[in-house]
Design a protein around this ligand. Structure first.
Ligand code: UD1
Length: 419
């Protein structure tokens, strides 16, 4: 794969910025919004809450937020998008009540929201829930010291969004430090929020009475970029990506170097990845940022299936993240699962067949596998990929990949035959 590509705005930031916009009455404009299914679902969640969302200009959301928001979301919307749980904090903070259907989204094993709810309760919310809903009410939230037992991205964001309008000071310790949280903090600060500790694991928030609408461009998507650089290294390619800060991919890029690729450039000149002569085995351990991102783990599994030697991939964040293994084995990869470690022996030739995407990143990784598999690979259930990648097939094609989005029914007998 060869050529250059501008990276889109980050899904995992843009979704939360829509939730943050709920905090202020008036017109907020978000630019560099990726054209992905999850953003359309999030726009529908905001509309349901009473926001007028104008998405008619590509890449831009103009949100007209009313003085009073509706406080309930229906199951059909929330189940489309797990990240919609992030409207809980802003709704409770501003409207003092929320009732949400329980979130859907990727099938990644047990995806709990207990830390979100415990934190809100610490801030004074009364939280009740059942198997398919969660409800929180309060007078005004009050600041609290909250120590997260795990640096959860979603819990950090939800509590941050609740704390900006709370009475007094909230301290979130062991906060997640993902770059998308930095983007959310910058967005909230531009609305008038008082937040210290950006980029660190302790966020200190002094609540204010009111926030103002704002204008903000979403930061570049490090996971989309990471997916394309893996494609480059996997296919013996030379790819340059703009619109992303390579610093946000530091560990993944170090691993690519260890695997034999050459990596150069910066946020201004663009990130260039050139494949070396041969891919080498290595170990990968997923951890919260700045650790290796779990969202790039399946793509690296594919890469390592083509690397010489034995690699070990350890998943520490999501227990369902290895759902891709059966499909990769069906294509010819040699991978053994031992607890939360996958042992990959390579290189093994892959040969095309029909496989099924079980979640967003697994789906993207299977497409990458198809790029190097002999013959034709079909990835069924591509709607998972549409959730987080804008025109994935078209963008891979722009770099020379032979990939098509086929809206033809897949041969289910072929799928069923996969081991
Ligand atoms: C976000 C990202 C996702 C990424 C993940 C980790 C979005 C929309 N999604 O997901 O792409 O893979 O961060 O970088 O931004 N947990 C609990 N209780 C909680 C919250 C989380 O047990 O209250 C557990 C989860 O089950 C999971 C782990 O913590 O095993 C990580 O979850 P979290 O960091 O919250 O990820 P998400 O915000 O769901």
């Amino acid at each position: 794969m060869r050529g250059s590509l501008p990276i889109n705005g980050a899904k995992n930031s843009a979704l939360k910025l829509v939730a943050a916009a709920l905090l202020a009455e008036g017109r907020t404009t978000i630019t560099n919004v990726p054209d992905i299914a999850d953003m359309h679902a999030m726009a529908d969640v905001a509309r349901h809450l009473g926001v007028n969302v104008d998405a008619s200009v590509p890449g831009t959301f103009v949100l007209d937020v009313p003085g009073e928001l509706h406080t309930a979301t229906p199951p059909e919307l929330v189940q489309r998008l797990r990240a919609s749980i992030v409207v809980l904090g802003p709704l409770v903070g501003r409207q003092r009540r929320a009732r949400l259907a329980m979130p859907g989204g990727c099938n990644l094993g047990s995806r709990n929201i207990d830390l979100h709810l415990a934190g809100l309760a610490r801030m004074g919310a009364e939280v009740t829930y059942g198997p398919d809903y969660v409800e929180a009410t309060c007078e005004r939230l009050s600041g609290a010291n909250i120590e997260l037992p795990f640096a959860s991205v979603g819990a950090t964001e939800n509590l941050l969004l609740a704390a900006v309008l709370a009475q007094g000071r909230t301290r979130i310790s062991n906060a997640a430090r993902e770059p998308e949280i930095g983007d959310l903090v910058a967005f909230l600060q531009s609305m008038g929020a008082r937040i210290q500790g950006t980029g660190t694991s302790e966020l200190v928030i002094d609540g204010v009475d009111q926030l103002s609408p704002t204008h903000h461009a979403v930061l570049g998507d490090r996971i989309e970029a990471g997916t394309f650089v893996v494609a480059a290294a996997l296919t013996g390619g030379d790819v340059t990506l703009t619109g992303v800060d390579p610093e946000h991919l530091r560990l993944a890029l170090e691993k690519l170097r260890d695997a034999g690729a050459s990596v150069s450039g910066d946020a201004t000149t663009g990130l260039r990845v050139r494949a070396g002569d041969e891919l080498r085995a290595l170990d990968v351990v997923t951890l919260p940022y700045p650790g290796f991102p779990t969202d790039l783990q399946p793509q690296f599994l594919v890469l390592l299936s083509q690397a010489r030697g034995t690699s070990m991939v350890t998943e520490n964040v999501f227990d369902g993240r290895f759902s891709i293994l059966g499909e990769l084995s069906a294509l010819g990869a040699e991978i053994d699962l031992e607890g939360h470690h996958a042992v990959v022996r390579g290189p093994r030739p892959l040969s095309g067949r029909t496989v099924t995407a079980s979640d967003l990143r697994a789906g993207a990784a299977l497409v990458l596998a198809g790029l190097v598999a002999e013959g034709e690979t079909r990835v069924a259930e591509p709607h998972h990929i549409d959730r987080g990648y804008a025109d994935f097939a078209g963008r891979l094609r722009a770099l020379g990949g032979d990939v098509e989005r086929a809206d033809v029914p897949v041969d289910l007998e072929d799928v069923a035959a996969a081991p």
